[in-house]
Ligand binder design. Structure first.
Ligand code: ZN
Length: 299
């Protein structure tokens, strides 16, 4: 039973403090994973304006966001321009690549993408992807081989722009199986490896899930008959939930699971099906996310 392990790095703080912790934890078990980096300005503090929205405030209270992310993240980019992560912390990003993990592009400006994708045209999308891919290429000395949009916010324009990069696959949506996206009935060449399992902030505080039974709850969702892809965050599992994640690895391994980078699924003999990507709401998460949908779904 394989679990694809995807590590999203959204912020300066996650890169600075979470990466080293996670690499140590993974090294202990000789696990290789997929790291998706945000390399441009850290403006995550701009999320603060969302405090004005009641549903986001509820989520902040439910997940104790200030302890999860730290006030420095929540304020970052609010009153002053955020630091360019890939310039300040290039050595950390390079060390992950040198350790043999799979390296992918997450974002240039994580917050900017989440806040503005709906109004970004193809040129703006291309510019965002290019700036991120170019800086990441300079840092690790080769082009990233995969990508994953911030916040699972994707659309057909994004899928088409990504074809101009040498990505072996993209992980832009939630779903249950590896698939080739279809646009107007045409199959795109880059497969999608969707995330199948919930993230920490989606699962915690709902249906009786607390830190004391989190690992058991998450593990109960792993299905040995199906594709399993887990996303963790450098800001969360790499810092405040590090010990719990360490125990999760041991618990999963004792049940016969092994952790692999997402790209490892491509070498398995598989016949990806075809699907489209549509926007949906999912439990525990604010706003829409891209989801794998049957080709006959209503657009
Ligand atoms: Zn992210």
């Amino acid at each position: 039973m394989k679990i694809g392990l995807r590590i999203d790095v959204d912020t300066y703080r996650g890169t600075r403090y979470g990466i080293a912790n996670l690499c140590k934890t993974l090294d202990k078990q000789s696990i290789k994973a997929s790291f998706f980096f945000s390399v441009g300005p850290d403006n995550m503090g701009r999320n603060l304006w969302r405090l004005l929205r009641p549903s986001f405030l509820r989520k902040m209270l439910r997940t104790k966001a200030s302890s999860l992310y730290g006030w420095d993240i929540l304020m970052r980019g609010t009153f002053w321009p955020g630091p360019v992560i890939g310039k300040k912390l290039s050595g950390i990003i390079r060390s992950v690549s040198n350790a043999g993990h799979e390296i992918g592009l997450h974002a240039w400006d994580h917050h900017g993408w989440q806040a503005h994708l709906d109004t970004m045209d193809s040129t703006a999308i291309q510019r965002h992807l290019s700036r991120g891919a170019e800086l990441l290429t300079r840092i690790i000395g080769r082009a990233p081989t995969c990508s994953a949009v911030p916040g699972w916010k994707c659309n057909n324009r994004v899928l088409l722009e990504k074809l101009k990069f040498p990505f072996r696959y993209n992980s832009d949506c939630r779903g249950e199986s590896i698939f080739f996206p279809l646009i107007d009935g045409k199959k795109l060449s880059q497969p999608q490896i969707p995330v199948t399992l919930p993230t920490y902030d989606e699962l915690i505080g709902r249906k009786g899930v607390s830190n004391s039974n989190y690992n058991e709850s998450l593990l109960s969702l792993v299905d040995r008959e199906k594709l399993n892809v887990l996303t963790i965050h450098a800001e969360v599992e790499g810092i405040v939930c590090l010990d719990m994640f360490d125990r999760f690895i041991n618990m999963a391994q004792s049940k016969g699971a092994s952790f692999v980078p997402l790209g490892a699924f491509l070498s398995d003999s598989l016949t990806p099906n075809r699907a489209i990507i549509t926007a949906k709401e999912i439990p525990g998460r604010e706003g829409w996310v891209s989801c794998q949908s049957p080709t006959d779904a209503v657009h």
